[in-house]
Design a protein around this ligand. Sequence first.
Ligand code: SF4
Length: 402
Amino acid sequence: MVNKNLPKSVYIHIPFCKTKCAYCGFYSKSPQEFDVGKLLDAEITELKKSSFQKPVNTLYIGGGSPASIGAQMLCDFLSEIVKLTGNAEEFTVEINPADANENLLTNLKSLGVNRISIGVQSFAQKELDFLGRRYSVEKIDQIINSAKQAGFENISIDLIFAIPGSILRTWRQNLKKTIETGVTHISAYSLTYEKNTPLEKTKSAGQIKTVSKELDRKMYETAIEILGGAGFEHYEISNFAKPGFQCRHNLTYWKNDFYIGIGPAAASYIPDWRTENISDIDKYIECIPLETHRSSIPSNSKNLSSLTGCIENDKNPISERIKISPVEKASQAAVLGLRLIKGINLTDYKQKTGFDIFELFKDSIEKNLKLNLLQLKNGYLSLTKIALPIADSVLCDFAQPD
Ligand code: SF4
């Protein structure tokens, strides 16, 4: 019998980058400072001990920059992973243009990878240099062409807008160039100034002129307009796809379905629990040869427990675990579901959470309907067009029931 609660999506974190981008707030380290092989072995062990549906629906290899560990090592690792997960319907590998070449892309294709997500960020050299990305615009073109030549039809690129110095014209040029490449999926995010990054420090020192809120908003609206006009469906606040090319893995997150995250700093969502692995490669490796695993969280766990390091006497890599009550699950389903442009299917919501969204969030829904920030259409509750640029403030209303 199929167990409906078994995660069908697996994320594997390869936390290495050869250099650090100026804006990066993610956990990533230089591969030269660690025993990469040991970490990969530990990740395979963690995966072996995790419970998930086989074959998985989606498998996502992210980072970091997965290819920064070297093509051979990455491909050997992936062939071991596929033996454990089976052939995923959607198998994505993130690629940093600086680390990739045609050979790597051909090898990934032969391993069953069918989706490539390229961290382009910008098609303007000045902006790439500002962000601390270590490749040229020519290299981006080469990698996209190589991916096509290797047989990839499903190619996603990430873009960043509101980079200091950018104006509406340069952002339009970026979008135009993106469309010309023929990629099938685009994630576009406004530049954020993460705490303790070099970029945030430069900003705090008053050494950069940030893009105004108004221009940032205009850039976002321009992306919606231009990408929409080029046949990209705007399906999530920051994501656009050609028909049939929505990211199924990320839809798992937005639909609040279960998933497993493997590796340092990776997060998982399994029935009743959200967990996060320790953000420390050495400690993660130390914690790994374990007898217990995430599907057997100790019964003496408190409802809300936040720990640092391995969980004492129960060596596993989880550093934080939070028990999710039915009401919290319903809140999270609302916040995540409203990120989708189509919104929340009201029948599915009730079935999945056991709650009527209109009872749980009566005041928030009434308030935002009146403000024309939410709409009800064909059995879906969704953000309106004018709510999209200020989505976070609307979503905040659903963080807790009224
Ligand atoms: S490539 Fe990504 S993860 Fe690596 S340093 Fe740059 S932003 Fe961070």
